[in-house]
Design a protein around this ligand. Structure first.
Ligand code: C5P
Length: 222
Protein backbone atom coordinates (compact mmCIF):
# COMPACT_ATOMS: atom_id res chain seq x y z
CA UNK A 1 0.00 0.00 0.00
CA UNK A 2 1.15 3.50 -0.84
CA UNK A 3 1.69 6.12 1.88
CA UNK A 4 -0.51 8.90 0.53
CA UNK A 5 -0.76 12.65 1.03
CA UNK A 6 -4.24 13.56 2.26
CA UNK A 7 -5.26 17.25 2.11
CA UNK A 8 -8.26 18.41 4.13
CA UNK A 9 -9.33 22.01 3.60
CA UNK A 10 -12.40 24.01 4.48
CA UNK A 11 -13.78 27.00 6.40
CA UNK A 12 -13.37 27.62 10.14
CA UNK A 13 -14.85 25.07 12.54
CA UNK A 14 -15.97 22.61 9.85
CA UNK A 15 -14.46 19.79 11.93
CA UNK A 16 -11.24 19.48 9.92
CA UNK A 17 -8.85 18.83 12.80
CA UNK A 18 -11.11 16.36 14.62
CA UNK A 19 -11.65 14.37 11.46
CA UNK A 20 -8.06 14.68 10.19
CA UNK A 21 -6.69 13.37 13.48
CA UNK A 22 -8.96 10.31 13.43
CA UNK A 23 -8.24 9.58 9.77
CA UNK A 24 -4.48 9.81 10.46
CA UNK A 25 -4.81 7.41 13.38
CA UNK A 26 -6.75 4.90 11.32
CA UNK A 27 -4.08 4.75 8.60
CA UNK A 28 -1.05 5.25 10.86
CA UNK A 29 -0.33 8.56 9.14
CA UNK A 30 1.20 11.73 10.59
CA UNK A 31 -1.27 14.54 11.28
CA UNK A 32 -0.26 18.17 10.66
CA UNK A 33 -2.52 21.04 11.76
CA UNK A 34 -1.36 23.96 9.59
CA UNK A 35 -3.85 26.34 11.24
CA UNK A 36 -1.89 25.84 14.48
CA UNK A 37 1.22 27.14 12.66
CA UNK A 38 -0.53 30.37 11.61
CA UNK A 39 -1.89 30.64 15.15
CA UNK A 40 1.61 30.15 16.61
CA UNK A 41 3.02 32.98 14.49
CA UNK A 42 0.09 35.21 15.54
CA UNK A 43 0.65 34.38 19.22
CA UNK A 44 4.38 35.02 18.90
CA UNK A 45 3.92 38.37 17.15
CA UNK A 46 1.36 39.48 19.76
CA UNK A 47 3.68 38.44 22.62
CA UNK A 48 6.43 40.53 21.08
CA UNK A 49 4.15 43.56 20.57
CA UNK A 50 4.64 43.44 16.84
CA UNK A 51 2.20 45.35 14.60
CA UNK A 52 0.44 42.44 12.89
CA UNK A 53 0.11 44.31 9.61
CA UNK A 54 3.86 45.11 9.48
CA UNK A 55 5.14 42.22 7.39
CA UNK A 56 8.84 43.02 7.86
CA UNK A 57 8.45 43.11 11.65
CA UNK A 58 6.42 39.87 11.70
CA UNK A 59 9.05 38.10 9.58
CA UNK A 60 11.82 39.37 11.89
CA UNK A 61 9.94 38.01 14.93
CA UNK A 62 9.46 34.66 13.16
CA UNK A 63 13.23 34.25 12.98
CA UNK A 64 13.30 33.51 16.72
CA UNK A 65 10.34 31.09 16.56
CA UNK A 66 10.52 27.36 16.05
CA UNK A 67 7.12 25.69 15.88
CA UNK A 68 6.89 22.01 16.83
CA UNK A 69 4.24 19.42 17.59
CA UNK A 70 4.11 16.60 20.12
CA UNK A 71 1.48 13.90 20.49
CA UNK A 72 -1.20 14.70 23.10
CA UNK A 73 -4.81 13.87 23.98
CA UNK A 74 -7.34 15.15 23.14
CA UNK A 75 -5.31 17.84 21.37
CA UNK A 76 -1.88 17.51 19.81
CA UNK A 77 0.55 19.74 21.77
CA UNK A 78 1.94 22.79 20.02
CA UNK A 79 5.20 24.44 21.06
CA UNK A 80 6.83 27.80 20.35
CA UNK A 81 10.46 26.91 21.01
CA UNK A 82 10.20 25.22 24.48
CA UNK A 83 6.90 26.90 25.46
CA UNK A 84 3.67 24.89 25.39
CA UNK A 85 1.20 27.18 23.55
CA UNK A 86 -1.50 24.53 22.92
CA UNK A 87 -4.26 26.37 24.76
CA UNK A 88 -2.93 29.92 24.26
CA UNK A 89 -3.32 29.69 20.48
CA UNK A 90 -7.04 28.75 20.84
CA UNK A 91 -7.88 31.87 22.87
CA UNK A 92 -10.23 34.39 21.20
CA UNK A 93 -7.54 37.10 20.88
CA UNK A 94 -5.35 34.84 18.72
CA UNK A 95 -8.33 33.43 16.82
CA UNK A 96 -9.61 36.88 15.88
CA UNK A 97 -6.18 38.11 14.69
CA UNK A 98 -4.91 35.06 12.84
CA UNK A 99 -6.45 35.98 9.46
CA UNK A 100 -4.41 39.20 9.45
CA UNK A 101 -1.18 37.22 9.83
CA UNK A 102 -2.33 34.59 7.34
CA UNK A 103 -2.75 37.27 4.66
CA UNK A 104 0.97 38.18 4.74
CA UNK A 105 2.60 36.60 1.65
CA UNK A 106 6.07 36.09 3.16
CA UNK A 107 4.61 34.40 6.24
CA UNK A 108 2.75 32.03 3.93
CA UNK A 109 5.91 31.26 1.93
CA UNK A 110 7.88 30.35 5.06
CA UNK A 111 5.13 28.17 6.56
CA UNK A 112 4.30 26.57 3.20
CA UNK A 113 7.95 25.49 2.80
CA UNK A 114 7.92 23.94 6.28
CA UNK A 115 4.66 22.13 5.52
CA UNK A 116 5.95 20.68 2.24
CA UNK A 117 9.06 19.48 4.05
CA UNK A 118 6.89 17.60 6.59
CA UNK A 119 4.92 15.95 3.79
CA UNK A 120 7.75 14.74 1.54
CA UNK A 121 7.64 11.12 2.73
CA UNK A 122 3.83 10.87 2.34
CA UNK A 123 1.72 9.04 4.91
CA UNK A 124 0.36 12.38 6.05
CA UNK A 125 -2.97 14.05 6.71
CA UNK A 126 -2.66 17.83 6.59
CA UNK A 127 -5.52 20.20 7.32
CA UNK A 128 -5.83 23.89 6.54
CA UNK A 129 -7.16 26.29 3.93
CA UNK A 130 -4.76 25.95 0.99
CA UNK A 131 -3.34 22.44 1.29
CA UNK A 132 -5.03 21.01 -1.82
CA UNK A 133 -4.56 24.19 -3.87
CA UNK A 134 -1.07 25.39 -2.90
CA UNK A 135 0.86 23.38 -0.31
CA UNK A 136 0.35 19.89 -1.75
CA UNK A 137 -1.18 20.34 -5.22
CA UNK A 138 -0.27 16.73 -6.06
CA UNK A 139 -1.89 15.18 -2.98
CA UNK A 140 -3.57 11.91 -3.96
CA UNK A 141 -6.59 12.64 -1.76
CA UNK A 142 -8.17 16.07 -1.43
CA UNK A 143 -11.22 16.76 0.71
CA UNK A 144 -13.09 20.05 1.03
CA UNK A 145 -15.02 19.91 4.27
CA UNK A 146 -17.94 22.30 4.76
CA UNK A 147 -20.93 22.76 7.09
CA UNK A 148 -23.48 25.54 7.55
CA UNK A 149 -22.28 28.55 9.55
CA UNK A 150 -24.98 27.95 12.18
CA UNK A 151 -23.90 24.33 12.65
CA UNK A 152 -20.23 25.29 12.84
CA UNK A 153 -20.93 27.97 15.45
CA UNK A 154 -22.90 25.42 17.49
CA UNK A 155 -20.03 22.91 17.39
CA UNK A 156 -17.42 25.54 18.27
CA UNK A 157 -19.60 26.78 21.13
CA UNK A 158 -19.76 23.29 22.66
CA UNK A 159 -15.99 22.89 22.25
CA UNK A 160 -15.29 26.29 23.81
CA UNK A 161 -17.45 25.60 26.86
CA UNK A 162 -15.33 22.51 27.57
CA UNK A 163 -12.23 24.71 27.43
CA UNK A 164 -13.77 27.34 29.70
CA UNK A 165 -14.17 29.92 26.92
CA UNK A 166 -17.62 31.50 27.09
CA UNK A 167 -18.36 33.50 23.92
CA UNK A 168 -22.10 33.88 23.07
CA UNK A 169 -23.30 31.70 20.18
CA UNK A 170 -24.36 34.58 17.90
CA UNK A 171 -21.06 36.37 18.44
CA UNK A 172 -19.19 33.14 17.61
CA UNK A 173 -21.12 32.73 14.38
CA UNK A 174 -20.35 36.35 13.40
CA UNK A 175 -16.63 35.82 14.15
CA UNK A 176 -16.54 32.58 12.14
CA UNK A 177 -18.22 34.27 9.16
CA UNK A 178 -15.83 37.24 9.34
CA UNK A 179 -12.78 34.94 9.47
CA UNK A 180 -14.08 32.91 6.49
CA UNK A 181 -14.62 36.13 4.57
CA UNK A 182 -11.07 37.33 5.25
CA UNK A 183 -9.60 33.90 4.45
CA UNK A 184 -11.59 33.59 1.19
CA UNK A 185 -10.88 37.08 -0.12
CA UNK A 186 -7.15 37.46 0.60
CA UNK A 187 -4.83 37.74 -2.41
CA UNK A 188 -2.43 34.89 -1.65
CA UNK A 189 -3.75 31.31 -1.48
CA UNK A 190 -7.32 32.18 -0.50
CA UNK A 191 -9.59 29.52 0.93
CA UNK A 192 -11.11 27.81 -2.08
CA UNK A 193 -11.99 24.28 -3.13
CA UNK A 194 -9.37 22.66 -5.39
CA UNK A 195 -10.82 21.58 -8.74
CA UNK A 196 -9.99 17.93 -7.96
CA UNK A 197 -11.18 17.94 -4.33
CA UNK A 198 -14.17 15.97 -3.07
CA UNK A 199 -16.77 18.16 -1.36
CA UNK A 200 -18.08 16.73 1.91
CA UNK A 201 -20.91 18.64 3.62
CA UNK A 202 -20.80 17.54 7.26
CA UNK A 203 -23.86 19.53 8.41
CA UNK A 204 -26.04 16.42 8.86
CA UNK A 205 -23.18 13.96 9.51
CA UNK A 206 -21.63 12.56 12.68
CA UNK A 207 -17.85 12.59 13.14
CA UNK A 208 -17.76 8.80 12.60
CA UNK A 209 -19.66 9.15 9.32
CA UNK A 210 -17.28 11.81 8.03
CA UNK A 211 -14.23 9.72 9.00
CA UNK A 212 -15.73 6.65 7.30
CA UNK A 213 -16.44 8.59 4.10
CA UNK A 214 -12.87 9.90 3.91
CA UNK A 215 -11.37 6.52 4.83
CA UNK A 216 -13.25 4.98 1.92
CA UNK A 217 -11.79 7.53 -0.49
CA UNK A 218 -8.27 6.88 0.83
CA UNK A 219 -8.62 3.10 0.68
CA UNK A 220 -9.67 3.29 -2.97
CA UNK A 221 -6.55 5.30 -3.85
CA UNK A 222 -4.03 3.20 -1.95
O1 C5P B 1 -7.70 25.86 11.10
P1 C5P B 1 -7.69 27.04 12.02
O2 C5P B 1 -9.04 27.62 12.25
O3 C5P B 1 -6.96 26.77 13.30
O4 C5P B 1 -6.85 28.13 11.23
C1 C5P B 1 -6.61 29.41 11.77
C2 C5P B 1 -6.38 30.43 10.66
O5 C5P B 1 -5.13 30.18 10.04
C3 C5P B 1 -7.39 30.45 9.53
O6 C5P B 1 -8.51 31.24 9.84
C4 C5P B 1 -6.57 31.05 8.39
O7 C5P B 1 -6.53 32.46 8.48
C5 C5P B 1 -5.18 30.53 8.67
N1 C5P B 1 -4.81 29.38 7.87
C6 C5P B 1 -4.38 29.59 6.57
N2 C5P B 1 -3.92 28.55 5.82
C7 C5P B 1 -3.89 27.31 6.31
C8 C5P B 1 -4.36 27.06 7.62
C9 C5P B 1 -4.83 28.12 8.37
O8 C5P B 1 -4.41 30.72 6.09
N3 C5P B 1 -3.40 26.31 5.57
Amino acid sequence: KQALQVAIDGPASAGKSTVAKLVAKRFGYIYVDTGAMYRAVTYWAMQHDVDLTDETAVIAAMKTLKISFKPGEPDQLVFANQEDITSAIRQPDVTNNVSTIAALPQVRTILTDQQREMATAGGIVMDGRDIGTTVLPNAEVKIFLVASAAERAKRRYAENIKKGIDTPLDQLQAEIELRDHKDSTRKVSPLTQAADATLVDTTPMSIDEVVAAIAEIITKKQ
